[in-house]
Each structure stands twice: as C-alpha cells, then as structure tokens.
Design a protein around this ligand. Structure first.
Ligand code: PLP
Length: 437
C-alpha cells in the first residue's frame, strides 16, 4: 500500500505500510497469520478492514519530479521497480499487497503476479531466453509449457534438451554438458511433481550439477511449484532460484479465477518485472483481490484437502477394481527408493492430486467418471471441490501414443484432485462409482 512519499530521495524500492506487524514479542509470525494483514494499512484506505479493489487505469503523480522518478523505476533506469504507482499495466495497490503476501510463503525477497500461470511462465522465458539458447528442462512438463518451449520459442531459434523428472545427478550433469556444447544455457526449467505422472525432481541434484558445470555465469533454476506449493514444497530452500505458480490451482483454490505468480530473489525478479511492464501480463485488480481472500485460507484448505486425499487414497488402494494409486503419500516404503528419497528431502506433504489406475481401460475409466455424483468431471485441480478427469482422453489427448505409454498416461488412468468436502462422503461417492464400473 502507498505510504508517504514526500521523501523522494529515499531509496526504498517498495511501498510498505507504516505499521506492518511481522513479529510479536520476538516471535516471527507464521504465514497463515500474516495473510490477514501483511502489506496493508487500513488507515490509508478510510479504515477499510479489507484492501479495496483499485479500479483505475492510471495514478496521479504528486508532482512532475515524482512522475519522472517513478518512470525511472518502471523502465529500469533505476533498478528495483517503481517507488510509486504509475499505470495499471505496471503496478497497482491491490496487486502489490498480494505480491507481498505471496512472497511470505517461500520466504522470498520478491513476488510478481500474472494474468495466468502460462503468462507467468511466458514472461519468465521471454526475460531470459535469446535466439540460439538451449533451455534445459525436466520432463514431462505441463503441456502448454512444452508447447511454449518447443514450438513457439523454437520458431525464434531456441533449442531445448530435457532429462526425466527423477534423473540422478550424473544424468542431469550429462544433459547440461551436452546443452552447453550446443549454445548458451539461459535457464534450467523444472516442474515437480510433474503433470500428470507425479514424478518428483531432485532440485538439490540439479543445483549441484549446475554449480559443478557453470562458473560465474550460472543459469538460474526455475521450477513450477503449482502442485505442492507453497505449503508442502519450498524449492527455494533446496537450490531453486525462482518458484513459479499457476495461482489458478491451490493458491486461488475456489476454481473461480485464473492467475500466475513468480517468487524469488530480487536480482532475478526485477528483470521479469521489466518484461511484465512491457508486455502487460500483470494480474488484474479484481483477481488480485480474490487471491487475497484465497490466501487467508490457504493453509486451512490445503491441510484439509491433504488429509482427505490420504483417507480417500487409503480406501482406493485396497479396492478390488483398482489396479494402483499413484499418490505421493505411498512413496515411503514403496518400490521406487529414488522417488521416496526425493520426497523425504523436498516435500512436507503429499498434496491432494493423484492418479487412479482402474482395472481395465477407457471403458472402465469413463464408466467410473460418469457415475460420480459428488466429484465433478472437469480438468484443473486445487479447488475446494473434488474434480476427476481422464488425461489420455482429455488434457493429454494430443500427446503421441508412444510418449503417453512412456509417461504412464494409459486409458485406465483417472486424475483426481481432492477438495475439502467430508472425506466419508467422498469415499461413499468413489465406492458407488466403482460399483458402477
Ligand atoms: C494449470 C497449470 C499451469 C498453467 O496455469 P494457468 O493458470 O492455467 O495458465 C502451469 N503449470 C501447472 C503445473 C499447472 O497445473
């Protein structure tokens, strides 16, 4: 929120409320507490308890010198972003409060919010990538991200190499070395857990491989943290430089908005902000306000959904019509020691999105989906309501058969995102839907 800017010589790059409470009695406040007030001073908005939605395209400058100074920040002439509010393609009070709060969860220096997860990813890539570069990424990635890297950036002479999500450090290092021989590596792009396989990436191993191969010019590591973040996975703690979100999913959490976010160190976030200023991919004030509402219950919602998923998966894994359940909570003591090890080091919870493999094929998967009465048949995830879909026939329909097979996207796969309903009601629904198969 805007504070007194009479001292225009001051180098404070971001506006903060005068009385922001970050600790009480020497105790550093937890994110779930800070979501109620951090970054906002009611006294600056007529005492309104909640931040207003500032519906304006532009902001009035105090004087001409202030306008000049603000534009120096917007255009990057002076690093650190604008000290003042300028124009709603660059910044806005509602968005800035949201960004202050989003950065809290991963203890990041800075956060930016975007009009969608994909516009966050596109803005990030446009910031760092040049023709001739070789992007190294984990695979698989969210389908639109793969399209953006391979097909769209490919049109501009950008190449890519990938390694499988669960790769060991030596394999990652070999791919990085090959990429280095082909051109400049502008960034390393990860997604963990990968969609739709739930395969985890060893971020520590990626960082170690990167550090061993690159000297001063180390490419940043960016990671799509949509599935477990920001509650159960904090990749900045494990060596990632930028954490990316589709805020449409768990952060928004009510299936009623589309937005994206990037959090990380200021030195990396600032150039992304410049690109966002230029191309206008900032989130709108109304969506930013909805996200402020959502972040207040983020921990509550994700905790409940996580507990529900554990209960439901325990039921499903023992059902006669179920072949297997791909749920991160079953990694411990499972067959894949490598994935279990990454899980132990990188995750504090199993999330609430998992893969259900039914005995049979498309016929059985469709019968199950059509019989559900509480869970809705829809793509997306992370909302308060339980959703189910068939990736092979829906989100991953256009993926070639061979690759589908390699990724385990079989016709009997049902993807489920568990919500915050009563868990026994959900079990009753899955039970009757399985009976209809
Ligand atoms: C949904 C999703 C995206 C894209 O986000 P949008 O908000 O739909 O643009 C990117 N990555 C992952 C992992 C996602 O689930």
């Amino acid at each position: 929120m805007q504070e007194d800017e009479s001292d225009l010589s001051g180098a404070t790059p971001r506006r903060r409320p005068k009385k922001d409470v970050l600790e009480v009695g020497g105790r550093r406040l937890k994110p779930s507490t800070l979501m109620m007030g951090h970054g906002y001073d009611p006294a600056l908005s007529e005492g309104s308890l909640k931040p207003p939605i500032f519906l304006t395209s532009t902001f009035v400058f105090e004087n001409a010198a202030a306008g000049k100074r603000h534009f120096e920040g917007v255009t990057g002439k002076r690093p650190g972003g604008s000290e003042g509010l300028v124009y709603s393609r660059f910044n806005g009070p509602t968005q800035e409060i949201l960004e202050d709060r989003l950065s809290i969860w991963e203890d990041a220096e800075e956060a930016l919010t975007f009009s969608s997860g994909m516009s966050a990813i596109a803005t990030l890539l446009l910031t760092f990538v040049q023709p001739g570069d070789v992007i190294v990424h984990s695979g698989p990635l969210y389908a639109a991200t793969e399209t953006l890297i391979a097909r769209i950036l490919g049109r501009f002479g950008v190449q890519w190499l990938d390694f499988p999500a669960g790769a060991e450090r030596s394999e990652i290092e070999a791919v990085l070395a090959r990429a280095k021989g082909m051109g400049r590596v502008p960034l390393i792009y990860l997604e963990s857990p990968a969609n739709p396989t739930n395969a985890l990436v060893d971020v520590e191993a990626v960082a170690a491989a990167r550090d061993a191969l690159f000297g001063e010019q180390r490419p940043p590591i960016a990671i799509d943290n949509t599935f477990l973040g920001p509650l159960w996975s904090k990749p900045l703690e494990h060596g990632a430089d930028l954490s990316i979100y589709s805020l449409t999913k768990y952060a928004g959490g009510h299936s009623d908005l589309v937005a994206g976010g990037v959090v990380g160190a200021k030195a990396l976030v600032d150039p992304i902000r410049m690109m966002r200023n230029t191309i206008g991919t900032i989130t709108d004030p109304n969506t930013a306000w909805m996200l402020l509402r959502s972040l207040e219950t983020l921990e509550l919602r994700m905790s409940r959904a996580g507990e529900n998923a554990a209960t439901v998966c325990e039921f499903l894994r023992h059902h006669a019509k179920v072949e297997s359940v791909g749920y991160l909570g079953f990694l411990e003591g499972g067959a894949d020691a490598r994935q279990a090890d990454i899980y132990r080091r990188h995750c504090t919870g199993a999330g609430s999105t998992f893969s259900l493999y039914l005995k049979g094929g498309e016929k059985e998967a469709f019968a199950f989906l059509d019989a559900l009465r509480i869970a809705h048949l829809a793509v997306s995830l992370g909302g308060t309501e339980t959703l189910a879909s068939a990736p092979a026939a829906m989100t991953h329909l256009s993926v070639p058969d061979e690759r589908k097979q390699a990724l385990g996207i079989t016709d009997n796969l049902v993807r489920i995102s568990i919500g915050v309903e009563d868990p026994d009601d959900l079990i009753a629904d899955f039970d009757q839907a399985l009976a209809a198969v």
